[in-house]
Design a protein around this ligand. Sequence first.
Ligand code: F6R
Length: 613
Amino acid sequence: MCGIVGYIGHREAFPIVLEGLKRLEYRGYDSAGIAVYNGEHIELCKTKGKVSDLEDKVKAEMNTSGTVAIGHTRWATHGVPNDVNSHPHYSNSGELVIIHNGIIENYASLKKELISRGYTFKSDTDTEVLINLIEDVQKNENVKLGKAVQIALNQVIGAYAIAVFDKKKPNEIVVAKLGSPLAIGVGENEFFIASDATPFLEYTKKAIYLEDEQMAIVRLKKGIKIRKIKTDSVVAPYVQELQMNLEQIVKGGYEHFMLKEIHEQPNAIKDTYRGRLNAKEGLIRMAGIDDNIERFLNANRIIIIACGTSWHAGLVAEYIFEDLARIPVEVEYASEFRYRNPVITENDVVIAISQSGETADTLAAIKLAKSKGAFVFGVCNVVGSSIARETHAGAYTHAGPEIGVASTKAFTTQITVLTLIALKLAKEKGSISHSNFHYHLQELELIPAKVEKALLQDDHIKKIADIYKDAKNCLYLGRGFNFPVALEGALKLKEISYIHAEGYPAAEMKHGPIALIDEHMPVFVIATKKGHYEKVVSNIEEIKARKGKIIGIVTEGDEAVKSIADHVIEVPETLESLSPLLTTIPLQLLSYHIAVLLERNVDQPRNLAKSVT
Ligand code: F6R
C-alpha cells in the first residue's frame, strides 16, 4: 500500500503535500517523493526512507516554490525500495509525472512493447511503465492528457489510484481509481487529492470519493469532470461533507499514535454503540441489521472472513454468536478462503471484518462469497472504504482514524459491533432470556468506564514490561472467549517488539507447548473469574511446576492466581462474553511498553504497513 497526495490551487503546494504525506505514512514508509511545478518546469525530489528523510533531502536539493504538487509515500511492490524506484516518476520526455498506489499486473508485457518503440526505463517499477504508456498514447493518438490516461488505463490490468500532471497543461491534474482509494478535497478554486481525507481536513470538509473505474480531470476554474474509464460516460460528482476533525488524527500529547489509540478505547467503544444501544429501553438499533434481519435469522450459518487482528475479533465473535444467538459460525482467514473452493450457499451470511476496509484478501473473499450468492455484511472502520462499498450492508465501528500500524481500538470496537449484532439476533430469535438480554445491555454500557479503569494499571504494566523486555519467546494462554485475546496479545507483541510469541488455548498447552517452558519463558495467562477459572488455575500450576514465569490477567480482587503468579494485572469484573474488551487492554499496554523500552518504531514497525493491499 502507498499514500498519494496532490494539490492544485493558489497556495504554496509543497508544505500541503509534505504534511499530507506525513499523515499518510501509515500506508507505507519505505520511500517518499514529491514533484512541484514552479510555473516553468517540474522540480522533483525523492528518496529511500521516510517522509522526514525526504524533507531533509528537499532542503538541500530543491526549490519548493509552486502552486501545483504531487507526492507519494511508498510501500514497495515492484522494485526494491531505493531512490530510483521511489515516486513520482517522469515519462521519457520529462513532461509528464505520475504518482501511483497499486499494482499494474501486466506491466511486463506493456514494458516490452514500449521498449520496442524506443522507450527507456530508469526504475524497476510498474508505475514508470504506466506513465510512458500514457505518453505514448498522447503522442500517437494526438489526444489531451485526460483522454490519454483513459486509453492507457483501458490497456492496464491491475489496481491503481493515480495522479498525473502534464507541464503542458499546468492547470489540471488527472486522477483515476481502480481498487485503491482516492479522495478529492474540494476547496475554493483549489483541489486536494489524497488516498484518504486526512491530508486536507484543515482546508476543506468537502470531499469526493472516486468509485472504481472512474477518473477525474481536476481543473482550476473549470472544476472537476468525472468519467467512467471503460464507458466514457460522464458521472455527476457526489460531494460529501466530512465528519472527521483534525484533533482525531494528531498525537494529542501522546508519544505514539498507538498509545493514543489505546487510551481512546473508552470513547471509541462509546462511539461504537452510541445511537445503537439503549439499555434503559432494552433496544438495539442497527440499520444494516434491521433492514436485513430475515437474511440473518434464516441463515444456515455465519461465515466470518478477516485477516490479522480483525480475524481475532472474528474469533471472539464466533464464541459470542454461538453462545447468545445459537447460530453456527465459521471464522476464516480471508487469505485462505479466497483461494479455496469454499462451499457457500445463498443461505449463508458472510461477515467481513476490516479496520481499513482495503485489505485485498478480504476484498477478494467478499467478491467470491458474493459470486456464490451469499449475503455479505461488512464491519469496517474507514467510511467509504472499498470493503464498505463492496458489501451488501454493514455497520461501521466509528473508532475514528487508527494510524498506529498495530491495531488496538479497531479490535475492541469490532468486538463491540459484533456483540451488538449477536445480542440483536439473539433477541429476535428468542435464544436469550429477557433478563439476560437486559443484563448484557447494561454491562455493555459500563464497559467504557471499566476500560478506563483497566488503563489505570499503566504504570504497573510498565514495570512488568521492564522485567520481561529481554525475553526471546513468550507464551499467551486463554480459554473460551479469551483464547482469541491470547492470540491477539501474542500478535501485538510480535509485530511491534519483534519478540517471538505464541498464543494458545490454555488447555492445549499440555499437547506440546509445555515442552517450551523453563525459567526463561514468560507466560501471560488470562485468568478472569468467569469462564473456566479453576481449569486455568490448574494450567497455571502446571507452568509454575516447570518454573515458567507467570503474568496473570485477573479479575479485581483475585486471590488464587495472585498467590501463585509472579505478577498479576487486574481488570474489572464483567460478563464472560464481554471480558475480551477488558483483558485485551493490559496486553496492548504490555506490548507497547516492551517495544518502547526496546526502542522499536512503535507506530511503524519494520516490514509492516497499515493495510495490506
Ligand atoms: C495487527 C494488524 C493487522 C490487521 C490486518 C487486517 O495489529 O493491524 O493484522 O489487523 O492486516 O487489516 P484490516 O482490519 O484493515 O483488514
